[in-house]
Design a protein around this ligand. Sequence first.
Ligand code: ZN
Length: 266
Amino acid sequence: MKIGRTRQSLQQLETWTSPEVQNHDREVHKFVIIPLGSFEQHGPHAPLGTDTFIGWEICQRLASKLNGVTVPPVWFSVSEEHMDFAGTITIKPETFCDYVSDIIFSLARGGFTKILVLNGHGTNETYFPQIYAKVKEGYKGELNLLLLSYWTALPIKEREYLCSLQWGLHANAFETSVILAIFPSLVRKVKNCSHFPDVSGLDVKDLDAIHFRSLLKNSNGVWGDPSKATLRKGQTLLASIEETLSSYVSGAFQLSGTVVTSETPD
Ligand SMILES: [Zn+2]
């Protein structure tokens, strides 16, 4: 990431000053995005930050396309199902919900009335209703809040590629392809790391965190076949996510057009 008053950094709130936030033009910077990630094992081949890297990349693309601004990602979330694997960090659900809603409150108090929370980790979705409820209870001002996972608007076929019994559910070809497209050097060359747990008779929709954890226990942490990943697939998936999600968010926030900021770097 480059720090400086470049066009890119104008989309990163950490480079703004407080008066710039105070006086920001809502027609120029139309909404703020909070990326939600995870810090958890992704097999022997992909980094612990996989979910965060993917979500963050999509947030930056959306900010650029729709004139939003991002805050740094929430790296740590609820990953209890991966605690059998070293390096995973998990946060208690209550702490996580409090933490995310406190970020939302702070941004709303700073004058942002359109806030998108963009999630990159499946388990976090479970807590969307609690976060919505906390915000509704704790903030009475004008606020248009949208909590979304990046796969929400994907066509069914691509969603299955991310999460299905056929393609796997974790550190699979989908996630590995996207990381290859973002940070190719972070994907390790590991032979034979394909792994599909025995799930006869299981419906993915019925899978909870405890069951998920037991299915991955004593394995390499993969559910899928990462050898099917390619950088090109990752680029195509990212482009598809960017397109479908930007029209979804644009509609939800009633953004008019895809305006490019008029501010110039100095
Ligand atoms: Zn993941």
